[in-house]
Design a binder for this molecule. Structure first.
Ligand code: FMN
Length: 331
């Protein structure tokens, strides 16, 4: 089998590998990205950052732009609807030295779409191209490539990913990620990997895939079926950063190791400890409640522990929950 784990040339630079943590709002913060890097992710994307808020200097936005200590390289995703504002946002983040900047053209959330951003851009390919042109120009002096993350289209009646991807590349996008669902599907239904194969065949830039790539076996199947240059893992990594380690093993020809609950709890502990460093104990614990729910999904005694976790507000309380989680599993 050909080597499926490899570096990827994007624009004038090289991504260190092709296993990425997808941008996931509310999850892919510095602590989570740090744990994913430790577990083998090649590059992690920040969650989507508002170009409007960034150019106005909002402090909450600055918090989203904290880079983890072990991130040798990182990728920043921006959203917005105005070419000039997105260009200014690019200029503002150049000093943060992202390896690539990504434009969000897929967010389905009504608040975002109402403002013409996220997946609303799928309905305005001309505007999307203007934005790509403005952002690429702004990033060019720093040699930072712009990538775009799109969906299949707005809904089943307006599938236009092929046209949109082509226009984006013409306008300067150095790579395209296709989340192979429509905006109407949001995050349900099966992602259409055949659409990703088509882009791989037809675009002259690297194509990355997203959607239902949620286990090491799924990554392998996805790469073989589509020939995509890389994968973005999203929900598959939530509560399961070990997916990167498992995937690397599998892609190297080994078998994907089955993680014990004790090993998972060790990762979760590290994750919380890093969150405390980046956010302080109080905020970290509030933020970690949902992460704990992801980690313990499907575990023995998980429901009971989750009921307690949603009220936990200290690292000590979480430590008690970690111990009971492992004890309940018996391994
Ligand atoms: C809670 C949540 C937040 C997300 N936030 C973002 C985001 O900020 N930017 C983005 O491009 N995609 C975002 N996504 C989409 C994911 O990056 C990914 O494309 C999608 O979940 C499909 O992959 P999956 O089926 O493997 O989860 C989000 C998805 C979820 C579930």
């Amino acid at each position: 089998m050909q080597n499926l784990h490899h570096a990827v040339a994007v624009g004038g630079i090289e991504l260190p590998g092709n296993l990425f943590l997808a941008p996931v709002a509310g999850y892919s913060d510095a602590a989570f990205r740090s744990v994913c890097i430790d577990e083998g992710a090649d590059l992690c994307f920040t969650e989507m950052v508002s170009s409007e808020a960034l150019t106005r200097g909002h402090s909450r936005t600055q918090e989203l732009l904290v880079r983890a200590d072990n991130e040798k390289a990182w990728a920043i995703q921006l959203f917005g609807s105005q070419p000039a504002v997105l260009a200014r946002a690019c200029e503002a983040i150049i000093p943060l030295e992202p390896l690539v900047v990504d434009l969000n053209c897929g967010c389905p959330v009504p608040k975002i779409v109402r403002n013409g951003a996220g997946s609303a851009l799928m309905r305005e390919p001309g505007k999307l191209a203007d934005i790509v042109r403005a952002m690429s120009l702004a990033l060019a002096p720093a040699g930072i490539p712009l990538t775009v993350k799109i969906r299949l289209g707005w809904d089943a009646q307006s599938i236009n990913y092929h046209e949109v991807a082509g226009l984006a590349v013409e306008a300067g996008a150095a790579a395209v990620t296709l989340h192979a669902r429509t905006r109407a599907q949001a995050y349900s239904g099966t992602a259409d990997w055949t659409a990703i194969s088509q882009l791989v065949r037809d675009l002259r830039v690297p194509v990355f895939g997203s959607g239902d790539i949620s286990s090491a076996e799924a990554v392998l199947r996805f790469m073989v079926e589509t020939g995509a240059a890389g994968v973005m893992i999203a929900r598959g990594a939530m509560g399961n950063p070990g997916i990167f380690r498992e995937t690397l093993k599998l892609l190297e020809g080994g078998t994907s190791p089955v993680m014990t609950t004790a090993q998972k709890a060790e990762i979760a502990r590290r994750h919380l400890a890093l969150s405390v460093v980046y956010l302080g104990e109080r905020t970290a614990c509030v933020e970690f409640r949902k992460q704990f729910c992801s980690y313990t999904k499907g575990s023995k005694a998980g429901a009971e522990l989750r009921n307690e976790a949603v009220h936990a507000s200290s690292a000590a309380q979480f430590e008690g929950l970690f111990q009971r989680w492992v004890e309940a599993a018996g391994i």
